[in-house]
Ligand binder design. Structure first.
Ligand code: ACO
Length: 516
């Protein structure tokens, strides 16, 4: 609703004209016109005693003049707007403004307990804030957290929260994870189609050499590790991406064509696993492992991270995890990447922002916390008490709940199956604990539809495949960077700067600036 937002917290009584200029219902239009002229007002409130019966405005006067009726004998009651809307003196000026704007009035009588105490005009209300007094036409108020607000058209994919379904360019993401490689999905996201054998081979040839750390960046990675006492892999990755973009000479997307931007995107996506693994190893005092051109993207990541040839089933499980998390609508990190791209910045800047957004526990930081929770719970019998305690102290159960899914997260279904396929005690514990958590949350948070999200089983799967907990979220970034980049390419192709508005709710301006 349009609203005089900056005028909040001040009441109508502070601004109204009082006493209001009034007229009796039997007075003639001629007498009232003279009074309006004399009092320099553009409306009078028609009253019986102190009770408002109607309002007569300049607009009514114009209608009256056009009718050609004799002003000396026409009673005001015939030409006024009867039963006018009114406001109370305590009404917030913002609400009064909204009411006037919505109904198209310029004046509104102020009535206290049936008694006319004044009149407030649009002009009075606009005096409260001389800067940007009205929202722009067409501007709408979005719900907190932008929940449910559609901010762009996309052909990359879609999340259907109520149906528990999501897809990439019309193919079920779950089916892609079952049937395709990460490189195929990468091509699908970037180029719009799943590749045939020849195109795939060409793409693999393009990507392989790009996995090697650029010489300009290689020596700087050790400095990133040395910069802090606590190793935070996503913080380190953020810095590494920034240096890499500079080292590779990425230019503002505003200044380059789609082909150069795509080349930057392929290069950065190829490098992120190398950067992630190298930072981890340097932090442990180990040398980075060179990428192996014989290995597929996911397997090569595991190789560079652990220095061991991954078992085929581990490589495939991680690949399926990466495929299933490559893209997911306008999640926070993707949106961040698009916002930065909308400014015309380079692709590196957009990915740095996305990594930063992902580092927040409410977005990407949950899988290791979910695993910590399983560690803490220890055995199924303790689950219920643990969860009740956590919710009672206002905590959130990590790996549960989702902004869009109000049913089971399909990624969680896939990962549960992967966890069970890989086996192990942790997978069994997770399945039992999941059921308890869903039941307890349904009781304690009725109607919120809190189910396991992608993060709950992600940690279980990754741990089983030899990925250490601190590398869970960076591993998510290894796949998600492809989705970020697909969104960056799409945003750049049809760009308008993303620049919403905010509602000012502080003290009403302008306040006099105190002398120093
Ligand atoms: N545990 C307990 N209560 C929860 C949880 C949870 N995991 N998630 C939501 N709720 C409750 C909230 O307390 C709130 O209750 P209230 O109405 O009594 O205040 C209600 O459900 C709605 O919560 P919101 O925060 O409004 O839900 P929103 O859609 O904004 O948040 C989010 C979604 C951030 C994922 C939330 O469910 C959460 O914090 N989950 C835990 C963290 C997590 O797992 N994050 C990973 C998400 S997946 C990803 O980003 C890749």
């Amino acid at each position: 609703m349009n609203q005089h937002v900056a005028s909040r917290r001040r009441a109508v009584a502070d601004l109204m004209s009082t006493p209001a200029v009034t007229a009796g219902p039997e007075e003639t239009m001629a007498d009232v016109a003279v009074r309006m002229e004399k009092e320099r007002v553009s409306c009078v409130v028609v009253v019986e005693g102190e009770r408002p019966l109607g309002i007569l405005t300049e607009r009514d006067m114009v209608g009256f003049a056009a009718a050609g009726v004799a002003a000396g004998s026409a009673p005001v009651s015939d030409w006024m707007t009867p039963e006018p809307d009114t406001v109370e003196p305590g009404c917030e000026t913002g609400d009064a403004f909204a009411s006037l704007a919505e109904r198209g009035y310029r004046h509104i009588p102020v009535v206290d307990d049936g008694r006319l105490v004044g009149v407030v005009s649009m002009q009075d209300l606009m005096k409260v804030a001389q800067v940007q007094p009205m929202l722009h036409p067409g501007e709408v108020e979005a719900p907190k957290g932008l929940a449910g607000v559609i901010v762009a058209d996309t052909v990359i994919g879609d999340v259907r929260g109520q149906e528990g379904f999501y897809h990439y360019r019309q193919y079920s993401a779950r089916e892609l994870a079952d049937k395709r490689t990460l490189e195929d999905v990468w091509m699908l996201l970037f180029d719009g189609a799943l590749p045939e054998a020849q195109a795939r081979a060409g793409f693999l040839d393009e990507v392989r050499p790009l996995r090697v750390l650029p010489e300009a960046v290689r020596p700087l990675l050790a400095d990133i590790i040395r910069a802090g006492t606590r190793f935070s892999p996503l913080d380190a990755l953020r810095s590494a991406v920034s240096l890499t973009a500079a080292g590779l000479g990425f230019r503002p997307c505003l200044d380059i064509g789609a082909e150069e931007l795509r080349a930057d995107a392929v290069h950065l996506c190829a490098l992120i696993p190398t950067l992630t693994a190298a930072l981890f190893r340097l932090h442990r005092g180990e040398e980075p492992v060179e990428p192996d051109p014989e290995l597929a993207h996911a397997a090569n990541y595991l190789w560079m991270l652990t220095g061991r040839r991954p078992q085929a089933e581990h490589a495939r499980a991680v690949e399926q995890y990466l495929i299933s998390t490559v893209d997911h609508g306008f999640n926070v990190s993707t949106f961040t990447a698009r916002v930065i791209t909308s400014t015309g910045a380079d692709l590196g800047a957009a990915v740095v922002g996305a990594v930063a957004a992902l580092s927040g526990p409410l977005h990407g930081g949950a899988p290791s916390r979910a695993l910590d929770m399983l560690e803490d719970i220890g055995e199924p019998a303790r689950a219920e008490e643990w969860i009740r305690g956590e919710v009672a102290r206002g905590g959130r159960i990590m790996g549960f709940g989702h902004r869009v899914y109000k049913t089971e997260d399909p990624r969680s279904t896939l990962l549960r199956e992967l966890a069970q396929r890989l086996g192990g005690e942790r997978a069994e514990l997770a399945a039992t604990v999941e059921r308890t958590i869903v039941d307890v949350l349904a009781e304690l948070k009725p109607g919120r539809e809190l189910h396991a999200n992608v993060e709950f089983y992600a940690g279980v799967v990754m741990e089983r495949c030899g990925i250490p907990p601190e590398m869970f979220t960076p591993t998510f970034a290894v796949g998600r960077v492809i989705g970020w980049c697909a969104n960056i390419l799409e945003q750049a192709e049809d760009n308008r700067i993303i620049r919403p508005s905010a509602r000012y709710v502080g003290p009403p301006p302008p306040q006099p600036v105190p002398d120093p």
